[in-house]
Design a binder for this molecule. Structure first.
Ligand SMILES: NC(=O)c1ccc[n+]([C@@H]2O[C@H](COP(=O)([O-])OP(=O)(O)OC[C@H]3O[C@@H](n4cnc5c(N)ncnc54)[C@H](OP(=O)(O)O)[C@@H]3O)[C@@H](O)[C@H]2O)c1
Length: 305
């Protein structure tokens, strides 16, 4: 397949490109970051520029488009709601309508944060209730994509992994600080279902191969607190769990509101795939194996300055 991945310098996009390039022809877009790699074709484009989406689709002629580009930093979204709306809602709307017309299949990457987290254990049937600019613009992106391209897959995800900057994911946050002997907070009252990005990449491909469409929760089958995630990661890397201070998110001083319980059920996807989604331990095992293989350094070396 010819796969177009937007946001290929991001945590998800870059790992997705690297995981899929062996079996497919991959094109990955970057905006402010420059990538130096022979693994896939890198295309530099600001997707908000007039005509950029049209040119990109014309140039790449994709069978599948996996739209990972976004303004995914919560505080940046609060600081610039207009940019958040353009990137997280209007760009997906435009992309979906062009992709639908061209006959390719689209995956729109959304987020567990469309829920307010007051209850947890959410299914695809539950009504979302976003609590901040990021969540609201991502939910509006879901609605825009579903309207423009009803055959699109809308994947609500939560992920961790190794990234270009070396500090994009919560997994890296715990690894970087604990391995440097630094104390960190671990939220005991924020619950999530993090999936290793490399596993997420393969699941997204399976969903496309199965020609799924509509809304799916694509998260780990296991939910836990961010504190417990840090402790489990520390154990896996033989780091000092005592450096993680159990803390309530309310005492953290974070600017943008966080949803406390974002445990999502992934039964709908498990049923169509005929397998449950990975739990945390196999993901952490692979995260550790990648680390031993020098994957974090390999990823970071792709950035050309
Ligand atoms: N990370 C998480 O924990 C998480 C959790 C739930 C959902 N998600 C969702 O997963 C998706 C991927 O997230 P991520 O963490 O991989 O994001 P990320 O690391 O912040 O990367 C964002 C990507 O978007 C690109 N981008 C931003 N503005 C652009 C523009 N104007 N034109 C073209 N590209 C642009 C960036 O390119 P440059 O860097 O080159 O500028 C980068 O490649 C997003 O939809 C996000 O909402 C992420």
């Amino acid at each position: 397949m010819r796969i177009l991945i937007t946001g290929a310098s991001g945590l998800l996009g870059l790992n997705l490109a690297l995981e899929t390039t062996h079996r497919h022809t991959v094109f990955g877009t970057v905006n402010t970051h420059a990538l130096q790699t022979d693994a896939f074709t890198v295309i530099q484009t600001n997707l908000l520029a007039p005509g950029a989406v049209e040119r990109l689709l014309e140039q790449t002629q994709p069978d599948w488009v996996i739209h990972c580009a976004a303004l995914a930093n919560l505080d940046a979204c609060e600081a610039d709601p207009l940019l958040a709306e353009q990137l997280n809602t209007e760009l997906p709307r435009k992309l979906a309508s062009h992709v639908a017309r061209g006959g390719a299949r689209l995956v729109y990457i959304s987020t567990d944060a469309v829920f307010d987290g007051k209850r947890g254990d959410y299914t695809e049937e539950d009504a979302p209730h976003p609590v901040g600019v990021y969540s609201l613009t991502k939910l509006n992106g879901e609605l825009a994509v579903a309207e423009a391209d009803p055959s699109a897959i809308i994947a609500r995800v939560n992920l961790y992994g190794w990234s270009l900057s070396g500090k994009r994911s919560l997994g890296e946050f715990f690894y970087n600080n604990l391995s440097a002997g630094k104390r960190v907070m671990g939220f005991t009252d924020v619950i999530f279902c993090p999936l290793l990005v490399n596993d997420l990449a393969h699941i997204l491909v399976k969903m496309l191969e199965k020609k799924l469409s509509g809304l799916y929760h694509v998260v780990s089958a296991e939910s836990l607190s961010k504190y417990d995630f840090g402790v489990r990661l520390a154990h896996r890397f033989s780091l000092d769990t005592g450096l993680i201070t159990p803390t309530s998110v309310n005492q953290s001083g974070l600017k943008a509101a966080r949803s406390p319980n974002l445990s999502l059920r992934s039964d709908k996807l498990a049923q169509v795939l005929g397998e449950t989604l990975p739990t945390l331990s196999p993901g952490l095992d692979r995260f550790y194996t990648l680390y031993q293989q020098g994957y974090p350094q390999m990823i970071r070396s792709l950035e050309s300055k």
